[in-house]
Ligand binder design. Structure first.
Ligand code: SUG
Length: 452
């Protein structure tokens, strides 16, 4: 059956702010304490979605989470007569917890789940295991709402299976699709799944991991997902992310490599024994696809130093298929502003040996300042025609829904936010009003704690 890749992009939530919450994420660490611009952030994300939809690519949206999360604050014992009192007492006693519970981090939906298409699944359904995001407190509170949201959108149990997140704490730390790449000759065909982990929870030596920054994704979490999704051994390849790149600020694999169909763009230093990993991917892909060759594109250090790769977010570009054998790079504007990266992209597009033919730069600076580029903002879901028809139509992006969402952002989002604003009870009310209206726009019914 025909199938297409649908990009589900996370809408930036009304509390988008810079709290410096992510150790190991250089942009988040650098911009912590700055003033954010939630309206601009949401409009930048929508502009990227609209561009992809206009290219003829199926595009959909995922709603943000409710923040600040009063549910989580109450569970920590911050009490009061009403929600405004809960905010006030938290702001007074533990502003750092209020900041963490106010993050709009659910916008980076590449971390929402690890999705594999039904063509690869034993039971013929698309599985959605919400990532537990256990490595960072502010993200570890996302999975319950992620699960409710996914259940509202992928409600048709004949076609979709929304799982529980992995249990197991740190040992099973899971960051979702940010560390997973699927290769296939075309999206509709059976695929090879590439899982990149930062560490092994069991049996590894202490000198094998990164020294400066933590690794978030464990080998064991992806092994569990492979078992749950019943992926065959022949259809999976595992690789360890290089500790050196984690220490340079590569907190997810999608900051150092990106794939699409039969193409993999990666930095020379991305993996432990990169060349061995690429050989294994080539062999496995050839065997699984019945002879199609993988096209690995290695970006050498001497053309793009690691620091430029991290600051420009070259590898957090999306690669999308425009027509058979023709792909485009959807890149952050920062790439055009980084001389080594800009020159590299120009050379790459001029080379006839890859399907990459065009580049489109996007100003996503609001999200980028927290370490989220084009690829972080989207969750790729390959859906066949039946599965596509089972989606609530309101989540698809088209001219009409785009205009409605832009008007919705302009009506409800603040122009700017600072840390002090997070304690403002009006911000909570505004956010809830916005989300309540959004669920109606998207046709999702009640999904948030304040609506239930
Ligand atoms: O988990 N930043 C996110 C960025 C996630 C990017 N996603 C992918 N690479 N797929 C993170 O580190 C920063 C929030 C703050 O500091 O306010 C943050 O959570």
């Amino acid at each position: 059956m025909p199938a297409q890749e649908v990009n589900f992009d996370g809408l930036v939530g009304p509390t988008h702010n810079y709290a410096g919450l992510s150790l190991g994420n250089v942009a988040s660490m650098t911009h912590g304490g700055g003033t954010s611009h939630p309206r601009e952030a949401a409009l930048q994300g929508l502009a990227k979605m609209k561009f992809l939809a206009d290219l003829g690519l199926p595009q959909a949206v995922l709603p943000p989470q409710e923040r600040p999360s009063i549910t989580v604050l109450r569970s920590f014992g911050f009490g009061g007569a009403d929600d405004a009192a809960v905010l006030a007492v938290t702001a007074r006693q533990a502003p750092e917890i209020l900041a963490a519970c106010s993050s709009a981090s659910s916008m980076w939906v590449a971390n929402a789940a690890t999705v594999t298409p039904s063509v690869d699944a034993a039971d013929g359904r698309v599985p959605f295991p919400p990532a537990n995001l256990i490595a960072k407190f502010h993200r570890s509170i996302e999975p319950p709402q992620t699960q409710r949201t996914l259940r509202a959108i992928f409600h048709d149990e004949a076609n979709f299976a929304v799982h529980d997140p992995l249990p197991g704490g740190q040992a099973l730390g899971d960051e979702g699709a940010a560390n997973h790449t699927r290769f296939a000759p075309t999206h509709a065909m059976s695929g090879l799944h590439f899982f990149v982990y930062g560490h092994r929870a069991f049996g590894s030596k202490s000198d094998e991991g990164p020294r400066k920054f933590p690794s978030r994704q464990s080998f064991e979490s992806f092994a569990a997902i492979c078992r749950r999704h019943q992926l065959s051994e022949a259809s999976t390849v595992f690789a360890q992310q290089s500790p050196e790149v984690i220490d340079a600020g590569v907190f997810h694999n999608d900051v150092i490599s990106v794939g699409n169909e039969n193409v993999l763009l990666y930095h020379e230093g991305a993996f432990v024994q990169t060349h061995g990993v690429i050989d294994e991917l080539r062999r496995s892909f050839r065997a699984l696809s019945g002879g199609t060759d993988l096209i690995p594109i290695e970006v050498p250090r001497d053309l793009v130093p690691l620091a430029d790769a991290v600051s420009s977010y070259l590898f957090n570009s999306q690669i999308v298929t425009l027509a058979p054998g023709r792909m485009a790079l959807i890149a952050p504007a920062n790439c055009a502003e980084t001389p080594s990266v800009k020159a590299y992209i120009e050379t790459l597009l001029a080379a006839p040996r890859t399907p990459l033919r065009e580049v489109h730069y996007f100003d996503l600076k609001q999200s980028m300042h927290n370490g989220g580029g084009p690829a972080c903002l989207r969750l790729r879901v390959v859906l066949n025609d039946d599965e596509l028809a089972a989606l609530p139509p309101g989540v698809r992006l088209n001219d009409k829904s785009y205009s409605a969402l832009v008007a919705w952002v302009n009506q409800h989002y603040r122009e700017q936010l600072t840390a002090a604003d997070l304690a403002d009870p009006c911000l909570l009310d505004e956010s809830r009003r916005a989300l309540d209206e959004l669920t109606q726009l998207l046709g999702l019914g009640a999904i948030y704690p304040f609506q239930l």
